[in-house]
Design a binder for this molecule. Structure first.
Ligand code: ADP
Ligand code: ASP
Ligand code: MG
Length: 479
């Protein structure tokens, strides 16, 4: 039977959308709703909320020889998964899946014991440990759908999401992924099944488990949507869509109804956790609409990410915040800014595989920001050969994004008036022309973002922002 690919909808559910039996029940009902509309869902799920963090903690404990600590973390997760499956499926139907979950946890425990015995944790083993989160949640969701009478089929993501061996942040091999999707997923969809796979995880061509980086389930969904030429990609999360800023910081944040691919990519890159930075690209390349939706409030229209942004009366759509950054000041000691000097500096960061977010230069000094601190002593030692180096952590980047910055005069003045009471360290008008960013102290973030939000979103354009429910997201606990 041939299948109209436009009817395929990739539905990605984040950690909070599968965090317990109640959330999984809501998620299953949302999938049924799409089926009822005649659509063909492919479900991609994250690990249950916080499970990836717990798995990393268990791996770290094992890696430093704390065998019983690691096994205790695993035991708590075992109970949580088994109880969730039990309450969703009941003792009779839950039996098989609970046995499967125990078998998975037995192998996780073997792995943790092995790591503790060796006393060394490699990136490759870390990926194998964290992969359990999505492997487990996807099994539970498959069973929960089946229990409701949906013909669901579990799919091991590692059969389809083929990547390089860059453990911890593997790069997907899109041609290979497309081949695998056509081979393993399309037939399931054609047969009327709902495939369910874990996001975030993949494998090399040789079958070694990898991960796509934190928050990577969004990326898996976009890769699946791109490879299958799906009609839409839906990112289901715990807020009403992309908001004017993180609703945990500003409770009055408004839902943005539509945003361009370019703006969304910029926002994600600059720290809006709601979307993984790499998500947009596979979808843009094929012009597949991406929607961000709330699994706790499925009737909300969410945010539609479109190729071209409709015009907005105000310059900005969103304020993104990226925390835990470090500013590195590099002062040329001898050679001033001679030819090749900048390259020499950047080469050092490159060698340590640390990406730079922002750069500013003067005649004798360069300041850059990076989002790592563990590799900084080594970087500073290398830089010391060509410069004097100082670095300061606990900085945050505030990034104001909007295509309509173009054509508005005097914006910088208004931005800096709004934050005149905070100490601004570095300023950049983004190279993309659609963002304006600056660095502040992490502790000043709530104050600065509230002031900016008040200054730029008092008279929001109703064509772009949802004004009906100004308190959406306000029920969230502070991050
Ligand atoms: P998931 O587990 O569904 O992937 P995430 O925690 O990764 O969810 O992303 C959703 C969270 O992103 C929200 O709860 C919110 O606190 C945060 N967030 C940050 N910036 C924004 C923004 N501009 N719009 C919406 N949410 C945002
Ligand atoms: N579970 C992974 C994480 O917490 C991936 C994801 O949720 O997108 O980072
Ligand atoms: Mg996420």
């Amino acid at each position: 039977m041939s299948l109209d690919r436009n009817k395929i909808v990739v539905m990605k559910f984040g950690g909070t959308s599968v965090e317990d039996a109640a959330a999984i029940t809501r998620t299953a009902a949302i999938v049924e709703g799409r089926l009822a509309l005649g659509l063909r869902p492919l479900v991609v799920v994250s690990a249950m909320a916080k499970v990836t963090d717990h798995l990393l903690a268990a791996a770290d404990a094992a890696g430093t020889g704390q065998r019983s600590g690691a096994l205790a973390i695993s035991a708590r997760m075992r109970t949580r998964h088994a109880e969730t499956a039990g309450s969703l499926l009941g003792p009779a139907q839950g039996g098989t899946i609970i046995n499967d979950l125990h078998a998975e946890f037995d192998s996780l425990d073997d792995l943790l014991r092995g790591i503790a015995a060796v006393g060394e944790l490699t990136p490759r083993t870390t990926d194998l440990v964290v992969s359990f989160g999505e492997r487990l949640s996807s099994r539970i969701v498959t069973a929960a759908l089946a229990r409701r009478g949906v013909a669901s089929a579990h799919l091991d993501a590692r059969m389809c999401i083929v990547t390089t061996a860059d453990f911890g942040k593997a790069v997907p091999l899109e041609d290979e992924i497309e081949q695998r999707l056509l081979k393993h997923v399309l037939p399931l969809l054609q047969a009327g099944n709902v495939p369910v796979m874990g996001g975030f995880i993949g494998a090399t061509v040789d079958g070694i488990t990898t991960t796509l980086g934190r928050g990577g389930s969004d990326f898996s969904a976009a890769l699946a949507g791109g490879g299958l030429r799906a009609g839409a990609i839906e990112i289901w999360t715990d807020v009403d869509g992309i908001m004017t800023t993180d609703p945990r910081i500003v409770a009055e944040a408004l839902r943005v109804k539509t945003i361009s691919f370019e703006e969304a990519a910029e926002l994600a890159y600059f720290g809006a956790k709601v979307l993984h930075p790499a998500t947009i690209l596979p979808a843009v390349q094929q012009n597949i609409p991406v929607l961000v939706l709330n699994s706790r409030n499925s009737s909300s229209e969410g945010t539609r990410i479109t190729a071209v942004a409709p015009r907005c009366k105000s310059p900005f759509k969103c304020i993104a915040i990226k925390k835990r950054l470090t500013i590195v000041d590099i002062v040329a000691s001898r050679m001033l800014m001679s030819h090749g000097y900048l390259k020499a500096v950047f080469d050092v960061f490159d060698r340590h595989r640390v990406a730079i977010d922002m750069v500013s230069t003067s005649e004798v000094s360069i300041s850059v920001t990076v989002d790592t601190s563990d590799r900084l002593p080594a970087i500073a030692a290398d830089l010391q050969r060509i410069a004097d180096v100082k670095y300061e952590s606990n900085k945050a980047l505030v990034c104001m994004v909007g295509e309509d910055i173009r054509g508005h005069n005097g914006i910088a003045g208004k931005v800096f008036t709004a934050v005149q009471h905070v100490n601004v360290r570095m300023i950049s008008q983004g190279a993309s022309e659609i963002n304006m960013s600056f660095m502040i102290e992490e502790e000043d973030v709530p104050e600065a973002v509230r002031s900016l939000h008040a200054a730029f979103f008092t008279d929001p354009d109703p064509a772009i922002f949802d004004l009906t429910n100004r308190s959406a997201g306000a029920t969230l606990a502070p991050a």
